[in-house]
Design a protein around this ligand. Structure first.
Ligand SMILES: [Zn+2]
Length: 502
C-alpha cells in the first residue's frame, strides 16, 4: 500500500484587500519530498514555530498503526498566514504542484490520498476552491480514495462532501488536536482501502453565522456538543463526527455552521447523529460572541489594573484587526489611542507596514526617524499614523520577514514586513523585548494567545475599533438567504434541505 499526503492551507478573510501570493506560502511554510518526510518524522518539527506534530505527522503515525507495512509518500506542505484571498496564479501553481506530484506517484502505484486543508480558503474569482483541490487530487491519483481534514472554521458544501470519502475537523477550539485528526484520517483511509470501512456520510448545514458564545470546546455552551461527538466515537456510534463553527468572513453564499458524521455503512445512524448535532448547535444560536471594549475604556481598565501590571501584564487583543483571522494587521486605531491617552503605560504593539520597513531599513539603531505607519494595506479600516521615534533594533525573521522595533514615547512598536501575527510572547521576545517590563502587550489573535501568554497575562481586554475581523463586518457578505443572527430565521431545516439537494 502507498498513501500520498499533502497540505495546502490558508484561512481567507474575504473582506481583506491584502491578497495572498505564492511568496506568502514559500516564505512562511513550504516543504516537499524528503524535507517534508523529515519534518513529520520522529524528532522532526512539522510547522516550525507552531507545532512539532500536526496533521501530517499524525497521519504518518496513524498509517504505521492502522496499515502496518504501508508506505507514506510526502508530496508538499504549504501554509500561509490568514489573509485575503489567494491570487488565481498562486492557487493554480499550488494545485499544479499537487497534481503533478500525484501523477508522478500514480505511475508507481497509489492506494489513497490524504489532503490537509483549511476548509475556509478563498481564491480570487473561484467559488469553493478547496473542493476543486479535492477533485483534482482524486483525478490525478487515478480515482483512489481521498480523505481530508479541515480546521473547524471550514465551510461544508454539497460539492465538498461529495468530493471526499471522509472529512474530519479539529475537535478543539482553540485548536490543539491537529495530530489527532491526522491519525484519524489515516485510520479512515486504511479502513477504506482494506475494505473494512464503507463510509456512510451524513451532513447538515445551518444558516447560522455566529452563535455558541465564545465557541470554546471545553466551556459552555459548546462543551456539550464536543462531548457528544467524542462520546459517539468512543462508543462506536460513528467512526468520525465533526462540527464546523464556521469562519464568518468567507464569501461562499452557502455559508454556515455544519455537522458531518461518518459511520461504517449505517446511513440511518449517520443521519441521526448529524441531525442531533445540528440541532444542538441551533439551540446555542442565541449565545452570541462577547462585545468588546472601545480603546478608551480598554486603556482606562489597564490603568486601573495597577497590581496586575506589577505582577505581570495586561493583554489587549485588537479584535478588529486579528491577523490570525485574516486581517491585514495594519490598523492604527488602537495605536493612536495608546499614543494619545496611554502615556503612563509601557506598551508593546505591532503593525504591518512593508512601506515603512523600506524607509526604516537603511537606518541604524539609535537613529531618530519620523514617518507614517499603518493604515495603508487596508485604507478603508484605518488611516496612517504619524510617529516620531528612535530605531531600537532590526531583524529578519521567518514569516515576519524584515522587522524594525521603534521606540515611540512609552510605546515599543514592532513594525513587520510580513503578516504581524501576534499570538505568542516570542513575537516580542524574539526582537529583544522583555514581556515582564511591559504594562500592556497588544496581540492580534482571538483566543489561542490566552494559552501562550498564560505565564505573563494578568488581565485580558478585547478591544473593538473598526476592521475586517469585527464579527458584524461579515454581515455585508452575500448569503443564499436569511442568516442568523443578521436576519430572523425560525427553522434551520428548510435551508439545510435546499443546500443538500442535488
Ligand atoms: Zn480555526
Amino acid at each position: 500500500m502507498r498513501f500520498a499526503y499533502a497540505r495546502i492551507m490558508q484561512e481567507t478573510n474575504a473582506l481583506s484587500p491584502v491578497v495572498t501570493t505564492l511568496h506568502d506560502f514559500e516564505s512562511a511554510h513550504y516543504l516537499t519530498g524528503d524535507a517534508l518526510a523529515t519534518a513529520v518524522g520522529p524528532g522532526g518539527y512539522e510547522l516550525a514555530g507552531f507545532f512539532k506534530k500536526a496533521e501530517l505527522a499524525g497521519f504518518v503515525d496513524g498509517v504505521r498503526k492502522h496499515a502496518p507495512g504501508a508506505l507514506t509518500v510526502p508530496l508538499l506542505s504549504a501554509w500561509a498566514s490568514s489573509s485575503g484571498p489567494l491570487t488565481r496564479a498562486c492557487f493554480d501553481t499550488l494545485r499544479e504542484r499537487l497534481t503533478d506530484g500525484l501523477r508522478a506517484q500514480r505511475a508507481r502505484g497509489l492506494d489513497g490520498v490524504y489532503l490537509c486543508i483549511h476548509g475556509a480558503m478563498g481564491v480570487e474569482g473561484v467559488r469553493d476552491p478547496e473542493t476543486q483541490l479535492l477533485r483534482d487530487a482524486r483525478e490525478a491519483a487515478g480515482g483512489v480514495p481521498v480523505v481530508t481534514t479541515h480546521d473547524l472554521h471550514g465551510n461544508l458544501t454539497r460539492e465538498r462532501v461529495a468530493a471526499a470519502d471522509a472529512i474530519v475537523a479539529y475537535g478543539t477550539n482553540p485548536h490543539r488536536d491537529h495530530a489527532r485528526v491526522g491519525r484519524k484520517a489515516a485510520e479512515l483511509l486504511a479502513g477504506i482501502t482494506a475494505g473494512k470501512l464503507r463510509p456512510a456520510t451524513a451532513w447538515r448545514s445551518l444558516p447560522l453565522l455566529l452563535g455558541g458564545g465564545r465557541t470554546i470546546d471545553f466551556l459552555p455552551p459548546m462543551r456539550a456538543v464536543f462531548r457528544r461527538m467524542r462520546a459517539a466515537e468512543r462508543k462506536g456510534e460513528c467512526v468520525a463526527a465533526s462540527t464546523f463553527m464556521v469562519h464568518p468572513w468567507n464569501d461562499d453564499p452557502a455559508l454556515g455552521w455544519s455537522t458531518i458524521v461518518h459511520t461504517n455503512d449505517d446511513q440511518a445512524a449517520a443521519d441521526r447523529l448529524a441531525e442531533e448535532l445540528a440541532q444542538m448547535c441551533w439551540e446555542r444560536r442565541h449565545e452570541q460572541p462577547p462585545t468588546f471594549a472601545a480603546p478608551s475604556d480598554a486603556i482606562a481598565q489597564a490603568r486601573k489594573a495597577r497590581l496586575r501590571r506589577k505582577v505581570g501584564v495586561v493583554t489587549m487583543a485588537d479584535a478588529s484587526d486579528v491577523v490570525t483571522a485574516g486581517a491585514p494587521g495594519d490598523s492604527t486605531h488602537l495605536l493612536r489611542a495608546l499614543l494619545e491617552d496611554g502615556g503612563d503605560l509601557v506598551t508593546y504593539a505591532a503593525v504591518r507596514d512593508p512601506d515603512a520597513i523600506e524607509t526604516l531599513w537603511p537606518h541604524a539603531p539609535g537613529d531618530e526617524v519620523r514617518l507614517e505607519v499603518g493604515g495603508k494595506l487596508d485604507p478603508t479600516s484605518s488611516t496612517p499614523l504619524p510617529v516620531r521615534g528612535n530605531v531600537v533594533s532590526k531583524h529578519q525573521l521567518v514569516g515576519f520577514l524584515r522587522v524594525v522595533v521603534l521606540a515611540v514615547d512609552h510605546l515599543r512598536l514592532v513594525i513587520t514586513e510580513g503578516p504581524a501575527m501576534v499570538m505568542k510572547p516570542s513575537f516580542y521576545t524574539d526582537v529583544g523585548l522583555d514581556i515582564w517590563k511591559a504594562d500592556v502587550v497588544v496581540v492580534k489573535n482571538f483566543f489561542p494567545f490566552l494559552l501562550f501568554f498564560l505565564p505573563y497575562n494578568r488581565k485580558t481586554i478585547f478591544v473593538r475599533t473598526r476592521g475586517v475581523t469585527d464579527f458584524d463586518a461579515a454581515y455585508r457578505l452575500a448569503f443564499d438567504g436569511p442568516m442568523h443572527p443578521r436576519d430572523a430565521v425560525d427553522d434551520w431545516r428548510p435551508r439545510d434541505r435546499a443546500r443538500r439537494a442535488p
